[in-house]
Write a protein of this length. Structure first.
Length: 190
């Protein structure tokens, strides 16, 4: 069974929207504005690329990443990985040709079936709505969170507000950095 890892830049109040400067959001670019860059704080991102054997994302994140990431040296390891996009509306002709093998999954049941296949970890980048659905369905196995010392208020959140039974997590790795960022890695307990 494959491990499904959700990775996110997240504010202390749970916002994950517009960390890289996406337009149309009041606090866009919050991951680099007024936050000192420390390479060691972002080392988890390189480790994730080496560990992942596939990527999973929602349509919105695919449409944001696919025009940019294929040609970025920072994401070179992801170019060769198989990619899976969960969408009920994305069509095959909407997929980019220069980012390797991409498969459209139409349901969470298809994600569950992907997890049952042989292979290593599948990493989920961005995709707030998908993350909420995956978590609510019990499909996420691990969280890699880089927590920023910010309260952003409005914005998409990583976790849903669904009324559900408590989901227990085990902190397996953590570190605090001089710039205020915290790395928190949690396994989901079943």
């Amino acid at each position: 069974m494959r491990t499904l890892i959700s990775t996110a830049f997240i504010s202390l109040d749970g916002v994950v929207e517009a960390p890289g400067g996406e337009p149309g959001y009041r606090n866009a670019g919050w991951t680099f504005k007024d936050v000192e860059f420390l390479p060691e704080a972002f080392a988890i991102k390189g480790a994730e690329q080496k560990e992942a054997t596939a990527m999973l994302m929602g349509r919105t994140s695919y449409e944001a990443f696919s025009p940019v990431w294929p040609d970025m040296a920072d994401f070179a390891d992801y170019k060769v990985l198989p990619k899976y996009v969960v969408s009920t509306t994305l069509a095959e002709e909407d997929l980019v040709a220069n980012w390797g093998e991409t498969t459209i999954l139409r349901s969470l049941e298809e994600v569950a079936a992907l997890k049952e296949t042989d292979g290593g970890p599948v990493i989920v980048h961005g995709s707030a709505t998908l993350n909420q659905a995956l978590s609510d369905a019990g499909l996420i196995d691990r969280y890699h969170l880089l927590v920023f010392p910010l309260l952003l208020g409005a914005g998409k959140r990583l976790f849903s507000t669904t009324d559900k039974d408590a989901q227990k997590l085990k902190l397996v790795e953590h570190e605090a950095y001089a710039n205020g960022l915290q790395k928190q890695v949690f396994d989901v307990l079943r």
